[in-house]
Design a protein around this ligand. Sequence first.
Ligand code: AHM
Ligand code: MG
Length: 337
Amino acid sequence: MAIRKDGGFVTMQQHVISSQAEHIKASGEFSWLLSAITLSTKIISSYVRRAGLIDIIGEAHSADGHNQTNVQGEIVQKLDLIANDTLKRTLGYRGNVGIVASEEDNDPKVIQELGKGGKYIVMFDPLDGSSNIDTNVSVGTIFTILERIPGEKSVTQGVLQPGYKQLAAGYVVYGSSTVMVYTVGHGVHMFTLDPQFGAYLLVKENVKMPEYANQYSCNEAYLHTFPEGYGKYLGWAKDHKGGQCSMRYIGSLVADFHRILLKGGVFLYPPTKKNPEGKLRLMYEANPLAFIAEQAGGAATDGRGRVLDIQPTSLHQRTPLIIGGKKNVDEVMKFVR
Ligand code: AHM
Ligand code: MG
């Protein structure tokens, strides 16, 4: 399916339903679940668009007036909480969502028992890059969907599945427009939210990431604390490419990744002294983007092996991340391995 020859448009819902008929065994229940995510992101988008107008901008405070921090000790932004609640509330009404797990919550939450139809697990970073909100920089939502395993020992055990088991993954960038990118394991598709219609319209089907581009994305301020190989790669990229290589770093993973999906290059978040296992979270940041990258012809590694093969041991586990065009990732790995 593509944008229709008659000039008409294809909504995300139409796209999901038709690709579901082609590829996914599950019935309409899967598109019903995905529509909860699209609805949530439309609501979140409307808040993000009004962030400077209404009193929701800035850091959230607890009753005692102190900054509120999440399980990882990071300051929570008010919009983080709004985005988190919106996703949980919307998914809660779908009936087939068994467990939700979020960057903002300590533990996964059971919504519906498996025996009562709650067969899916949805994990998300409700508002990635939210420390950028105050300065009008693009932020996003990242999500992934897995199937619950019958007979799981505990809720936590149930969600700790490696990334290759993802059924679907996607993200939304709240940028100059609101863009949704998703995969169900059969290519990557991109939609833009038409604010007049209130619908995501298909912009590009089967998005392919350029295999190679002379661009890297990395917070080089931490260079002195990176493992040696990363430093060598970055030095080489600058010195030995005749000034052809450029650097772009937004500091919002979704926005940095989206640029690489469309323009190519590589994003690196290596281990640092502060975060020896990297900063980014495996389950709801690295895994969904790795799934999308691979589906678009790219690659993602933690510097040791394929991100999607990592067996997680905890919900909020962090991982180093090297993600982007296949040849770019291979080039970095020559130095890092
Ligand atoms: P967040 O999910 O709490 O917003 O943190 C993750 C963000 C990523 O979006 C981004 O790639 C990274 O943190 C930036 O970190 P740094 O400021 O250390 O470069
Ligand atoms: Mg994040």
